[in-house]
Design a protein around this ligand. Structure first.
Ligand SMILES: *Cc1c(COP(=O)(O)O)cnc(C)c1O
Length: 359
């Protein structure tokens, strides 16, 4: 080994992103594979956003505004908060790393239901802290178990709603209830990467910020706004938390093109409405078709759904891939499938229909 790697890093597995369609094509000697493995938006950014990105590209010789003040102001106006309550970062995952750097040290722990977003254990381990995982019940969160798992070493709670990979969501009233029941010096992260896909009847956790200053709500331009490749996410929190988070922001982490794109996406958000509506319609169509065919599908509020396939997971994942449909497998548990465009979803449904004998 060259150099002495920190033990926390040595123990980490290498990060595994969703398999690219091209890789599946090469492995199976097929063409026209589709990737439904990373919860990406099948629609490219709207034209006005692409124009803003192109204009910003001509300024690439300059460093951008490190804090992205204009973007924070625009987000604050849009959401109805003060600018001081908005942090921006290199994707919401970049901000998650900053949150762990800020609030966890060796000996501390973070509590979260599991299975959930795969970045959580990685960033907790990276700072030398411990993960305390509580089991899901019917693929959804058991918030009583989360409250019970909090001990005097707990500094963070992570709640992904909707949860990745199961798609289940937590009502704002249940988050309120949880926040009442845990110590106020525990930071509660509500990870809303899929906020825009959620039924508004579940409530908006932003409304809890005034009541619970230890709440942090994270959102992103990666999913609903189709900017996953640009890396821009944000957190809404008490100004004190934002000030602390900003201390570990990598210089110019949200680059100038990403800032321009995010600003333009906010200004042109009405242009995204038909795309969002189309995705939600496709989600309803695909889930209904699956249920009709007898598949178990936990209720989803995201741009993906989960099939709990248990022991059949690997064989179904592999057979789908041979048919050119790349999904995200969790060995012996299930597969997560992203809602694509209508023809991609049809490809998935057709391929899966051939595999019901494997379950
Ligand atoms: C996709 C996803 C993110 C998003 O990450 P970005 O870094 O903003 O692209 C965050 N949290 C969860 C649970 C996700 O699934």
């Amino acid at each position: 080994m060259i150099g002495k790697v920190r033990s926390a890093v040595q123990a980490l597995p290498a990060y595994r992103p969703g398999k690219a369609a091209e890789q599946a094509e090469a492995e199976h000697g097929i063409t026209n594979a589709i990737k439904l493995a990373s919860n990406e938006n099948p629609f490219p950014p709207v034209p006005a956003v692409i124009e803003s990105m192109t204009a910003a590209a001509s300024q690439a010789n300059r460093y951008c505004d490190h804090l992205a003040v204009q973007l924070r102001q625009s987000l604050a106006r849009w959401i109805g908060l003060d600018t001081a309550q908005i942090a921006v970062g290199c994707g919401s995952v970049g901000l998650l790393q900053q949150l762990c750097l800020t609030y966890l040290e060796p000996g501390d722990n973070a509590v979260y239901p599991w299975r959930s977003f795969e970045a959580y254990p990685i960033y907790v381990q990276l700072v030398g802290a411990e993960s305390v995982k509580t089991p899901l019940v019917n693929h959804a969160f058991d918030l009583d178990a989360v409250v019970d798992a909090v001990d005097n070493r707990t500094r963070l709670i992570f709640l992904a709603t909707p949860n990745n990979p199961t798609g289940t969501a937590v009502a704002t009233s249940a988050i309120d209830d949880l926040a009442r029941r845990v110590r106020s010096d525990v930071i509660i992260l509500v990870d809303e990467a899929y906020h825009e896909f959620v039924d508004p009847a579940l409530g908006d956790p932003i409304e809890l910020l005034a009541k619970h200053p230890n709440l942090v709500i994270s959102r992103t331009f990666s999913k609903a706004y189709g900017l996953a490749g640009l890396r821009v996410g944000y957190m809404c929190a008490h100004p004190e938390i934002v000030t602390e988070l900003d201390k570990s922001l990598i210089p110019f982490a949200v680059n100038g093109i990403a800032q321009a794109a995010a600003l333009s996406a906010i200004d042109n958000r009405s242009a995204y409405e038909p795309l969002l509506a189309a995705l939600l319609e496709e989600r309803a169509r695909v889930v209904a078709a699956l249920v009709e065919d007898g598949w178990e599908v936990p209720p989803t509020e995201a741009n993906f759904f989960y099939l709990p396939l248990g022991d059949a997971t690997t064989s179904i994942y592999t057979q789908l891939e041979r048919r050119g449909v790349v999904t995200r497998p969790f060995a012996n548990e299930g597969i997560r499938v992203t809602i694509g465009n209508a023809s991609e979803n049809d490809r998935f449904l057709l391929a899966l229909a051939e595999l019901s004998s494997l379950v």
